[in-house]
Design a protein around this ligand. Structure first.
Ligand code: IMP
Length: 427
């Protein structure tokens, strides 16, 4: 049995796509467990760059089954655009499976996302406007549309007759926005039904068979622990559960099945959207790291906020997810710095705190406590073994692992597959 849960340890954009792509070489199944097309990942193969919002990173490995799992909300339009892009590039999508239980983003969801954000004014969250929050809200209210509904169009029609008037009431009466037309939605989703039919299946037997046969199954996380609806910096979070617990529910597996929980962390920190960010660098160094690390959102193109590595966040992520192995990405972005800093904890109103607190108005005002280490001022891009790294870089990596509480088993020093240091056998 070999189920690897890959979770983001920070605020998303840690580089999970590349890590999953590497592990997928030996995987039978890569399963995207939650989130929607608010996420984005970039995979570079032989110098060619692929950008996905929904399709799991393993799709470029011909033998790997890629599942869009139960916990995902997907916009069929976005999914079909990815399907087209990949098929035009010559990829074989015979191994793509979409769970009947995944939910769909309906045309009114992105519109409501925008209107709700505008209504929040200064307290807006900075969502991706993809309709993810409204779609998850409808799932919880039990008025959501599941992918499986595309196989029962009469049922979908009946549900639409009940749900659409509720939505149009909100649009028209509350926001003075134009309503949606029943027949247009029906026509559009009937077309999606015929185009997506070949991918829709119940992943349960596939996943259980692979796990039972001891084959590698990877649960690909989206977003990160600090964006988790329960564990993150609420309300500045996404509407799903990017933590390992959420991954299991989204995949349909239990804790007993998990062999490794791999936390992916960037060698510094980034965040998009609003909300507390204790180690944020609001200066020219932050600007430098943003440019050097190309820190612009894959989905929205927004500039990411940038800061030092926060070991208080990392320690928290290791604890709440049960992370037992760390993949550290983008170490090379720090190559030219004279000194590097790590936040070891916070001071909040004179009190020491070793992890991010639930009270975000306190978290917003903490003073991060930093440890300073010498930089290495040397390129790490060609390192393939841990010993190839300059001594100061090795010390930085080891110190991060020590403070976080888990070993750093994989280090990425560039976007390409080969620009990786693997410190664990079979990885
Ligand atoms: P939503 O998920 O679009 O509702 O956005 C809620 C918050 O999560 C915003 O701060 C987004 O920027 C953030 N977010 C959502 N998806 C991602 C992601 O894949 N990477 C980083 N941030 C994300």
């Amino acid at each position: 049995m070999s189920v690897i849960v890959v979770v983001g340890g920070q605020w998303g954009d840690e580089g999970k796509g590349k890590v999953v792509d590497l592990l997928a070489e030996r995987a039978r199944i890569v399963l995207r467990s939650q989130g929607g097309n608010n996420a984005g990942h970039t995979v570079v193969v032989d110098g060619r760059t692929f950008k996905f919002n929904l399709i799991p990173s393993g799709i470029l490995h011909p033998r790997t089954i890629c599942v869009i799992g139960n916990g995902v909300v997907l916009d069929p339009k976005v999914l079909l655009a990815e399907v087209d892009q990949l098929e035009q590039a010559g990829a074989d999508l015979g191994n793509l499976v979409i769970s009947e239980r995944a939910h769909m983003i309906m045309p009114y969801h992105p519109v409501l996302d925008r209107l709700e954000e505008a209504a929040r004014g200064d307290d807006r969250l900075g969502t991706t406007f993809r309709g993810v929050g409204p779609a998850y809200s409808d799932k919880v209210r039990r008025i959501g549309f599941r992918v499986g509904d595309l196989q029962k169009l009469r049922f979908l029609e009946k549900k639409l007759d009940f749900v659409l008037p509720l939505k149009n009431d909100i649009l028209v009466k509350l926001y003075q926005a134009p309503p949606f037309t029943r027949d247009e939605i029906l026509a559009e989703y009937t077309n999606f039904a015929s185009r997506l039919e070949r991918f829709i299946r119940d992943p349960f037997p596939l996943v259980q068979t692979a796990v039972g046969a001891g084959e590698r199954v990877i649960l690909e996380g989206a977003q990160g622990t600090m964006l988790d609806l329960d564990l993150g910096t609420y309300p500045y979070v996404t509407s799903s559960y990017p933590s390992s617990g959420g991954a299991l529910a989204g995949a349909g597996l239990g804790p007993r099945h998990v062999t490794t929980t791999l936390g992916v962390f960037k060698a510094y920190t980034t965040r998009v959207g609003y909300g507390p960010f204790p180690t944020e660098l609001d200066d020219s160094l932050g600007e430098y790291l943003r440019e050097r690390g190309s820190e612009y959102g894959t989905t929205t193109g927004r500039p990411r906020r940038v800061g030092w590595f926060d070991a208080a966040v990392a320690r928290y992520a290791v604890g709440v997810n049960g992370i037992d192995s760390i993949a550290l990405t983008k170490l090379d972005v720090l190559d030219e710095l004279e000194v590097v800093r790590i936040c070891t904890g916070y001071s909040s109103k004179g009190k020491a705190e070793d992890h991010p607190m639930a009270n975000i108005s306190h978290l917003k005002h903490v003073e991060p406590q930093f440890e300073e280490l010498p930089g290495w001022r040397q390129s790490t891009k060609d390192a393939r073994q841990f010993e190839d790294l300059p001594e100061a870089a090795r010390r930085y990596v080891e110190r991060l692992g020590e403070l976080a509480g888990a070993p750093v088993d994989l280090i990425s020093v560039g976007p390409g597959r080969e620009e990786t240091i693997r410190r664990r056998a079979n990885w």
